[in-house]
Design a protein around this ligand. Structure first.
Ligand SMILES: [Zn+2]
Length: 357
């Protein structure tokens, strides 16, 4: 530029005229905002001919400067208007493109949310608890870490009782508390309930219990029970049988029959092993049951010693109790061949059960 001859007024006017046309064309030719910005630099930037005209003004006569100054302003206004117009167009297009990319096709089918499902043990537990709620029982809970008295002694299992060796309990190591045990039966909760209230008592207690077992198809070291306890004046074995029948029918269908065989549990007298007529073969005999009957649970009339241990008058009150393994009911209900499937957390197994209620 240093070598260029000084610009005179007519050169300047010609350049302004050219630049107005060239600029308008360059802005129109831009198809994106980036291209428009580049065009702006070439038309209005510091090194653009238009800017050279502006700079040349300073060296001109005052008369030229006045007339040319007006032309410069007009050209700048025209270029800026063209630039703003094109920018508005391009911004509008960009917005439309964004909207189009974002368009929702209302005819598309909805995306299904994956629904969770309740664990089969929860389903069975809920069902059992529902049966007893309808019979007027209430649900109570107790601690899983019990002391020796609640888990054994109060249930008529003194320290030298052979039932203790039958159980193979799990003892947590808590310094200074050698009496603590992970409860081996939900029966421990019976004791706490009776200690905390006067008869009549009608409670069910669902919960986890612990035994020193090696997991196999029919055993788990941690499993679930539902304990049922009724204590009132005049409760008899017939009440126990009627309650068991109501439960068996609710769980395994109308027409189920219940039979009891004498059995021994330290905390009941008399005690019974309860069998339910098979829901598959109705007592004829099949692969599920073998001889037509399915062993369900242990039950009995609450031992007078247990009542007295809890401060109840065993002359005035009688009661029945039974405890049932929830895993066992789930296996029967759903035809699950191996108890370990219930705790393997395999989503393919669990997904086969009912949706969340
Ligand atoms: Zn059968």
């Amino acid at each position: 530029m240093l070598d260029s001859p000084p610009m005179d007024a007519s050169d300047a006017l010609r350049i302004l005229d050219e630049e107005e046309g060239r600029g308008a064309q360059a802005f129109r030719a831009a198809t994106t905002l980036d291209e428009l910005e580049a065009a702006q630099v070439t038309v209005l930037g510091r090194k653009a001919p238009f800017s050279e005209v502006q700079r040349a003004l300073g060296a001109m006569s005052e008369e030229d400067r006045r007339s040319l100054g007006k032309a410069v302003n007009e050209t700048r206004s025209a270029l800026e208007a063209a630039l703003a117009g094109r920018r508005a167009e391009l911004e509008g297009e960009a917005e439309t493109a964004l909207l189009e990319a974002d368009l929702v096709d209302l005819t598309l089918p909805g995306r299904r949310l994956r629904e969770g499902s309740l664990h089969p043990l929860t389903l069975v537990e809920n069902e059992i608890v529902d049966v007893f709620m309808r019979l007027g029982f209430t649900v109570v809970e107790g601690p899983e870490v019990e002391d020796d008295w609640h888990n054994f002694q109060a249930l008529n299992i003194p320290p030298d009782h052979p039932a203790r060796t039958m159980k193979d309990s799990i003892y947590p190591s808590v310094p200074g508390r050698p009496d603590l045990v992970l409860r081996t039966e939900t029966s421990a909760a019976q004791i706490r309930t009776m200690q905390s209230q006067e008869p009549p008592v009608y409670v069910v207690h669902p919960g986890r219990v612990y035994r020193r077992e090696t997991p196999d198809a029919t055993h788990l070291p941690v499993f679930h029970q539902v304990e049922c306890l009724a204590v009132d004046e005049g409760i008899t074995f017939a009440d126990l049988k009627g309650t068991l029948e109501a439960m068996a029918r609710a769980l395994f269908g109308e027409g189920r029959r219940v039979r009891l065989a004498p059995s021994f549990f330290p905390f009941v007298e008399p005690g019974a092993q309860v069998e339910v007529s098979c829901f598959k073969c109705d007592g004829v005999g099949c692969v599920v049951c073998g001889n037509g009957w399915i062993e369900m649970l242990g039950a009995g009339m609450v031992h007078p010693v247990v009542l007295e241990n809890c401060g109840y008058d065993s002359e005035r009150y009688t009661g029945f109790a039974f405890g049932m393994g929830i895993e066992r009911v789930a296996l029967l209900r759903y035809g699950i061949p191996d108890m370990r499937l219930l705790v393997d957390t395999d989503a393919r197994v669990l997904a086969q059960f009912g949706a969340v209620a």
